[in-house]
Design a protein around this ligand. Sequence first.
Ligand code: FAD
Length: 463
Amino acid sequence: MDITAENTVAHTAGEADGEPAERVDVVVVGAGVAGLAAARLLAARGRRVVVLEARDRIGGRTCTDRTDGRITDLGASWIHGVDDSPVAAAAAAFGMATREFTVGSYQPDSRPIAYYAPDDRRLSDADARRFTDDVHTADAALADAIAAAPAGSSYDDAAETALATLGWDGERTERVREFLRHRSEEQYGVHSTRLDAHGLDDDAVDGDEVVFPDGYDRLAAHLADDLDVRLQHVVTEVRWHASGVRVTGDRGTLAGAQAVVTVPVGVLAAGDLTIDPPLPEPVAGALSRLEMNDFEKVFLRFDERFWEPDVYAIRRQGPGAHWWHSWYDLTDLHGTPTLLTFAAGPAAIAIRDWEPERVGDAVLAELRRLYGDAVPAPTHVQVTAWRADPFARGSYAFMTVGARPADHDLLATPVGGVLHLAGEATWTDDPATVTAALRSGHRAAENVLGADVPIDELWTTRA
Ligand SMILES: Cc1cc2nc3c(=O)[nH]c(=O)nc-3n(C[C@H](O)[C@H](O)[C@H](O)COP(=O)(O)OP(=O)(O)OC[C@H]3O[C@@H](n4cnc5c(N)ncnc54)[C@H](O)[C@@H]3O)c2cc1C
């Protein structure tokens, strides 16, 4: 895999419907986890596969920054539950180290969390327990409210319905209401009024959550081993017809019997990559109901730790904690005192044009309410910008109000028997994750081959 001129798309044999094009069996667009998984399985079954990738790197939204020896996962960090996870199985087979960190799915409890009340005082263990018990009670009512919600209800609508059944006083209700809103923002990067009532249906975590001390990008590197991946090839058009596809980009055209397109739904919606003829139903309708979110990571590194030892996270309650309310302790991961927080939903929209220093100052001001002068100046502040990234256009897709969970799988309906969409947004069971990307790539490969393929061929077979 390289980016030399030899690896640009060659113009060779003549083609009936346009420019001469290099011919392959399958063209895969996008070298994220979905595209690499599909390509790996297809290559292992003897198909000639070329992966075209716009960026100068593989991995897509799994992206590890190693500047100055710091290892920072700018995109995905967690496997949200290792039980029966093919990502966990692949990581183990590839020898990737993992670290347990079961706090990545906005759990209220199960691991130590330092809770701070609206008046900025630390909640006692008993008060924290009362609050988290309330969250569990509300969640049970919420599950009923979601099941009964009329089509077109938002997560916020369902939350209000659930809270109204509980008969709690204003303060008690408000603490749980804000928790549910923050969950929508942290899990899906969108305000709960814009997320469909079913938008968090997939939220269950099976088993421990883990992160990767050496970086999530190793997964893509292993998947890409021995594949023909062509970097810095921006695909602008995919034409499909009964007998095949033509994939055109800034470096020429490839012709294939089939194509697997794994670009984020935001790239498709923006029209940066056109599909001709346009996507038919049910794919087009499903695409129109899924949208990219606003979700950015903010990393703060310090010389010294000022927060409690042995806590997975710090959570602040109350109206003052509207934007900055949760901090995750990454210290054990890399040895440097580090907190991760998220700009999610409205906060991410508001800070889009802010310099990292301004974001850092805003976050520190809130931390100083809790820890006072003990909070030193950070040695390093890093803020991601996935929304502004033309090859992502957001962090992952959410279900707009009116979308159905099945819209994810509908996106992957084979088009004309030759065109297959894959990627995190195309997997209903656990969308918006690396697991979804991997599984969707596996499904695309099976659809191309018209045959079942064990998913473990991803890590047991050479490409
Ligand atoms: C901040 C953040 C935090 C996250 N946290 C987690 C987490 O903790 N756990 C988890 O499981 N998931 C998490 N995710 C989601 C996870 O990263 C994604 O679901 C997954 O990586 C998506 O993989 P994919 O292959 O579907 O898409 P991508 O990784 O986006 O791959 C698509 C590829 O297509 C390329 N491309 C785009 N346009 C073109 C074009 N025109 N021509 C050619 N190539 C193109 C892109 O450059 C990209 O490489 C997070 C994501 C972000 C951004």
